[in-house]
Design a protein around this ligand. Structure first.
Ligand SMILES: [Zn+2]
Length: 317
């Protein structure tokens, strides 16, 4: 078929007005396509960073908040970047990090994947950080750029500051969304602070204060709630203690008079339970919210923390 014949068979070609309208219509569509903004890609490293950022960005159109690590990963102390992570990083505009050495897996490779990426350290400027145990520091010196405990997220008091930091950074990087970010952060931080008050008040009323935890994840919560950590099961997160270390921990618990041992959903409870059995203290699970379900509801943190408070009240009375 020749082109001439094809044109002739198309009815619009015979009506100049229709052709004109079609042209206008199509250019308008194209124009809309071109002016439709590409969503701002906010990537968060871990589950708590993702949850907090989603709370802050709620109602802000034109942004996409994604999580780099699977929601069930937990603390990424032993995490290694995958090729898919590199692709995800290359597509992001902003990266929200925990900071304080939690993302040592990022390294120089992340920068190479995306030299324009704006990296936000959500721990920036937070005062009264807790130093990691001496052993942790010595063992981790080769891959830790900080000797400070990075688990700010698991204490509502500190999480409130993390939320304010993320909102401040997003407001600077995406000024059109500043009103939304700041209004949300104000509400969320106020709720987290009242949650921190609940912890402090309720724990002050508890007769027992001495606890054993799985890894250093609850240092800030214990300090802010007035609890006393007597021993830690895994000095090096993810690494089970040797038999000699277990005996040392059992002796410390007996000497220090801990009331309960709290395991975490993200680490196997077996070693902690063995230690607790030997030391003749009960075990229960506390959730630091280092991990959670995919697409967690926005009140997930507060619900998990209130459940933790109920566990503390049950075991430390
Ligand atoms: Zn951790």
């Amino acid at each position: 078929m020749k082109f001439g014949t094809l044109y002739a068979t198309l009815p619009v070609m015979k009506h100049p007005l229709l052709l004109c309208l079609l042209f206008l219509f199509s250019t308008q569509l194209l124009g809309q396509e071109a002016s439709r903004p590409v969503p701002l890609q906010i990537l968060c490293t871990t589950f708590p960073m993702h949850l907090f950022t989603r709370m802050i960005a709620e109602g802000r159109s034109g942004v996409e908040v994604r999580c780099m690590l699977p929601a069930n990963t937990g603390c990424p102390h032993d995490y290694a970047l995958t090729p898919e992570d590199m692709r995800t990083l290359s597509q992001a505009n902003i990266l929200i990090t925990n900071g304080l050495g939690m993302e040592n897996f990022l390294g120089a490779a992340a920068r190479q994947a995306n030299p324009k990426l704006k990296i936000v350290d959500s721990s920036q400027g937070i005062k009264n950080l807790i130093t990691l145990h001496e052993e942790d520091h010595a063992a981790d010196a080769h891959h830790h750029d900080s000797a400070m405990n990075p688990h700010l997220f698991s204490s509502p008091r500190q999480a409130a500051q993390v939320v304010r930091n993320i909102a401040q950074a997003l407001s600077e990087l995406d000024p059109d969304g500043a009103t939304v970010y700041k209004a949300n952060a104000k509400k969320v931080a106020a709720r987290f602070e009242s949650l921190a008050e609940e912890f402090a008040k309720s724990c002050a009323a508890l007769p027992k204060k001495k606890i054993v935890i799985e890894h250093a994840v609850f240092d800030y919560l214990a300090r802010d709630a007035g609890l006393d950590i007597v021993a830690v099961v895994e000095e090096e997160p993810g690494q089970e203690p040797a038999a000699s270390e277990m005996l040392k921990i059992i002796a410390t618990i007996k000497k220090g008079g801990a009331t309960a041992l709290f395991t975490e959903p993200q680490y196997p409870a077996k070693v902690g339970e063995t230690i607790a059995r030997e030391a003749k203290i009960p075990t229960a699970s506390l959730d630091p919210v280092a991990s959670g379900p995919k697409n967690a509801p926005l009140d997930y943190y507060e619900k998990a923390m209130r459940a933790n408070l109920a566990v503390l009240q049950k075991f430390l009375k």
